[in-house]
Design a protein around this ligand. Structure first.
Ligand code: IMP
Length: 429
């Protein structure tokens, strides 16, 4: 099918929480369709419309722009109760939703037993991952194990019953082994979730054909990733990762379009680095600085409220992200958080435990936990940037910092965000 429209992927390039929600919200202004391609309610996108914060877990942030169609692709694990809670909360705040949300018939359902299992496994684990407890791992395990329940299965009561009963039995056995035991509320939660089946089916679509037809007709499509490159199941800091492919190539498999339909890939990076959950963070700040930046940047998880660990910008990781995602551009967020720092650092390489220096992001997560970053130190800018709207109006040292990020990462900076509001963004060039 010839493509007249355009297709842009927005992908996180660190450990999630890069500010993708804000970037998608801004780019959605010029889009007709916004689609999520992986993950589930583990994501938490905070978007500000005026002074109003909206936290979206599953519905793409494009929903806050009138008239845009928002899709959840087949790569998503859909928590049906959480989805309708979010849906109803948006409706209650006056967002018009009629005909605007579509859910892939092929998407997997994340059911209450997945959450119980996630929490019980994490609780019993010797090596904890620090999951969000939203059932993500168990839901993707069921998908890969070919025993999951998909949106389309809601159409067939008998088939649904058979699959759910088998899954419940298996999960309850596993919970017993873990010493957790199924809670008495599981049956109730299952009834509630499946009771929403008819409502969900009314939103069902085939995202691949829908997006492809829209592209052929000239529509502009945004494909929105959740989490970030370093949390990708294949390319991230395994096993401290999420259970889906977060990287740009998954935008094709996770929505059902061909990879050649993608025109651009925008990588979102925070002007520093954060991580929530277990696993190494090579450029982590020392304690005082960690606390200072956490407060300056309000670095607390949007889904779990957990404090995020903070650190310097890591160009070893963002260079890797540029390669693995095929980035065509960068959006740098939260530059304003660094306004009061005397100096800023960028990690350009890692000194490995054996003394060698590498500019490549290592596959060995254990070693990653023991590397010593090689830093380049730049002067701070000591001037507020949150009112700036043009690149040339940024303090010189801030521009130098952005330029080094671009050079070291290997992708051009296209947007710079300097605050939470929609208007606080600089379009570069
Ligand atoms: P899960 O996705 O809940 O299984 O969690 C696996 C890892 O990914 C944990 O370290 C989580 O903290 C992290 N994680 C999952 N979703 C997000 C997110 O949206 N932002 C940041 N970290 C996340």
């Amino acid at each position: 099918m010839r493509q007249k429209g355009s297709c842009v992927v927005v992908v996180g390039c660190q450990w999630g929480d890069e500010g993708k929600g804000k970037v998608v919200d801004v780019l959605a202004e010029d889009a007709d369709i916004v689609a999520r391609y992986q993950g589930g309610a583990n994501a938490g996108h905070t978007v500000h419309v005026g002074d109003d914060p909206f936290i979206l877990h599953q519905i793409p942030s494009g929903i806050l722009h009138d008239g845009k169609r928002c899709l959840l692709g087949n790569g998503v694990v859909l928590d049906i109760q959480q989805f309708f809670e979010e849906y109803d909360a948006l409706a209650a705040r006056g967002v018009a939703l009629e005909g605007r949300i579509g859910v892939s018939r092929r998407a997997q359902l994340l059911l209450p037993y997945h959450k119980l299992l996630d929490q019980a496994v994490e609780c019993a684990a010797v090596e904890k991952i620090g999951t969000t407890g939203r059932g993500i791992g168990p839901a993707y395990e069921d998908k890969a194990g070919r025993r999951g329940v998909r949106v389309i299965d809601l159409n067939d009561a008998e088939r649904l019953h058979t699959r759910v009963a088998a899954a419940k039995e298996r999960v309850c056995r596993r919970l017993d082994e873990l010493g957790a035991g199924a809670t008495r509320t599981l049956d109730e939660a299952m009834d509630q979730a499946l009771g929403l089946g008819t409502r969900l089916l009314a939103l069902a679509t085939d995202t691949g054909p829908e997006i492809s037809a829209a592209l052929a007709a000239g529509s502009r499509v945004l494909l929105e990733g959740a989490q970030g490159t370093a949390l990708d199941l294949d390319h991230g800091t395994y096993p401290f990762v999420t259970s889906s492919n977060t990287t740009a190539a998954a935008a094709a498999t996770g929505t059902g379009i061909g990879p050649t339909a993608i025109d651009e890939v925008v990588g979102v990076v925070k002007a520093y680095t954060t991580r929530v959950g277990e696993g190494p963070l090579p450029t982590a700040f020392e304690e005082g600085m960690d606390q200072r930046v956490r407060e300056l940047g309000s670095e607390f998880g949007a889904t779990t409220g957990r404090p995020r660990r903070c650190g310097w910008f890591d160009s070893v990781l963002t260079r890797f992200a540029a390669q693995v995602n095929g980035l065509t551009g960068l959006a740098v967020t939260k530059l304003d958080v660094l306004d009061t720092l005397d100096e800023v650092r960028i990690a350009t390489a890692y000194r490995m435990p054996d003394g060698t220096v590498t500019e490549r992001f290592p596959a060995d997560t254990l070693s990653l936990g023991r590397v010593e970053p090689v830093y380049e130190t730049l002067p701070g800018w000591g001037t507020p940037t949150s009112q700036v709207r043009r690149l040339e109006d940024l303090p010189r040292n801030a521009r130098v910092y952005l330029h080094r990020i671009e050079e070291l990462s290997g992708a051009p900076v296209q947007w710079v965000s300097v605050g939470t509001r929609r208007s606080q963004i600089i379009l570069v060039g």
